[in-house]
Structures are given as C-alpha cells and as structure tokens.
Design a protein around this ligand. Structure first.
Ligand SMILES: [Zn+2]
Length: 149
C-alpha cells in the first residue's frame, strides 16, 4: 500500500513558527483531517526540500515557462552541498535571478525548515477558508505539498 503525505510549508524557507503557534495550527489540522493516520509538526536541522514524490511531473521557469529539469538537478546538487543555505539561482533560459523555491514545480514543492505534516490525510484538497485558518494560527502563508510515495 502506498502512502500519501501532505506537508504544509511556510512561504519563507528560513522561517519557523514558535511552538505554541505551531501546536495551535496542528490542532486545527487534526480537526480538518479526522481520518488522517497522523498529524504533527516536523522541525528540520537545515532547510529541507519537500517534494511531491511520485506526483512530480516537471519543473519550469516561472518567468518564461522553459523546462528546467536537466539544469535543476545540477543546481540542486550545488545548493545541497551548502545545506540549502543559499537558494539563489540565475535561470539558464532567460537569465533572471530567482530562488530554487520560486520555480514552477508541477506538482508543487517547497523548501523549508519545518512543516505541518498529515500522513494519509484521507482527502485530496483543502478549502481556501480552511487553509486561511491554519495560516492565521501558525502566523505565515503556507504552501501545500501533496506527496505520493
Ligand atoms: Zn526562463
């Protein structure tokens, strides 16, 4: 049986919520996904890449839409060598300065040092109102990363 994970990752890859805010947000998430196997908060030692697993289809330039998959692998290796302390890149297609976090990932992926985690959420979407409640509790906009393994 395969597993599905939902990671909710703060917009800013280097931002962390305080424990109280994160707990409050996790409680809201528990209420929204009553069938989930597990809901919790993951704190990472360093910036981590949360990807879509088997859902990942492609990676594109957010400016011109070029397919960046080949270039992306090398850029990730370079950034990983310094624990993703610097995500700045220049796109090979149109020469624009951006962040690895701001490329167009299909499905969505994000960098972060912490995430709200839902294991086997039992749902495949989250309403905008519900997301806003979680964001208000944790104190940051969140990116939703649906991962299928
Ligand atoms: Zn481009």
């Amino acid at each position: 049986m395969s597993d599905n994970y939902l990671h909710m990752v703060p917009d800013d890859p280097y931002w962390r919520p305080d424990r109280t805010a994160a707990e409050e947000a996790a409680n809201i998430v528990r209420g929204l996904f009553p069938q989930a196997d597990h809901v919790g908060i993951e704190y990472k030692e360093a910036v981590t890449f949360f990807d879509a697993g088997a859902n990942t289809e492609s990676i594109h330039c957010a400016f011109c839409g070029s397919d960046l998959e080949d270039w992306w692998g090398d850029s990730m290796d370079q950034a990983a060598a310094s624990d993703f302390s610097n995500l700045t890149v220049v796109t090979p297609c149109c020469g624009k300065s951006t962040s690895l976090n701001d490329l167009r990932y299909v499905w969505p992926a994000a960098f972060g040092t912490c995430a709200l985690l839902v294991v086997n959420p039992g749902a495949t979407s989250l309403g905008a109102d519900q997301l806003r409640r979680i964001e208000q509790a944790i104190g940051s906009p969140l990116k939703l990363i649906w991962q299928h393994l």
